[in-house]
Design a binder for this molecule. Structure first.
Ligand SMILES: N[C@@H](CCC(=O)N[C@@H](CS)C(=O)NCC(=O)O)C(=O)O
Length: 206
């Protein structure tokens, strides 16, 4: 990749970490620009006009162009390489797990992490408080589905690491912050360790 790559991010966000992990696994250098989402730094008129009209990070900047949505940014980096299956069915299966991550996993597991570990249980408004049990139940269901799948195979798509694993790893490995007990999901726990043993792996804190 010849263009300059800049990740607009909040480094404690799993969605941002996905992109750093993808880049690290591929050996692609990216620059990083930090925004404090707790202070509304992605909601300024300048950010909305130039980086993302949706007011959120991560956004991967490739040259003069911007790619919001974490999984789209991961795909931009990885297309044509080892993290995207060459087989058409497997490529669609990878996307299936990435859409699952955005619809069934992240809105429950990442949201509970954000509410409980970043905002704080006492600061939640009544609506958020009322949503806690439903999000916990839906997050548990997502982890159970993942555990059943990973009891049968080493990675989400076949036997090798793909973007599906990277996308799901980002918030699963810190699910404890949202009140989930990963000891209940042994196949998921083994899969986390396999990813961490992959050459090029970097932790979220790096
Ligand atoms: N579907 C988006 C989610 C982006 C998102 O929700 N970003 C959050 C942090 S993880 C954010 O920017 N929040 C700040 C705000 O909404 O003001 C993705 O995968 O990139």
């Amino acid at each position: 990749m010849t263009e300059r790559l800049i990740l607009h991010e909040y480094s404690q966000s799993g969605n941002c970490y996905k992109i750093r992990l993808t880049a690290a696994l591929l050996g692609v250098p990216i620059e990083r620009r930090e925004y404090d989402i707790m202070q509304g730094e992605t909601r300024t008129p300048e950010f909305l006009a130039t980086v993302n009209p949706n007011g959120r990070i991560p956004v991967l900047q490739a040259g003069a162009r911007f790619i919001p949505e974490s999984n789209a940014a991961c795909f931009y980096l990885a297309e044509g390489g080892a993290l995207v299956p060459a087989d058409r069915f497997e490529r669609a299966d990878m996307l299936r797990w990435m859409f699952f991550e955005q619809y069934h996993h992240e809105p429950n597991i990442a949201t509970l992490r954000f509410w409980l570990a970043f905002v704080g249980a006492e600061q939640l408004d009544p609506l958020q408080r009322a949503m806690l049990p439903g999000k916990k139940q839906a997050g548990e269901a997502a982890l159970k589905l993942m555990d059943d799948h990973l009891a049968r195979q080493s990675f989400f798509v076949g036997e090798s690491l793909s973007l599906a694993d990277v996308a799901l790893y980002a918030y699963t490995h810190v699910a404890g912050d949202g009140g989930f007990d990963l000891a209940d999901y042994p196949a998921v726990t083994s899969w986390l360790r396999r990813i961490e043993a992959t050459p090029g792996y970097v932790p979220m804190s790096a």
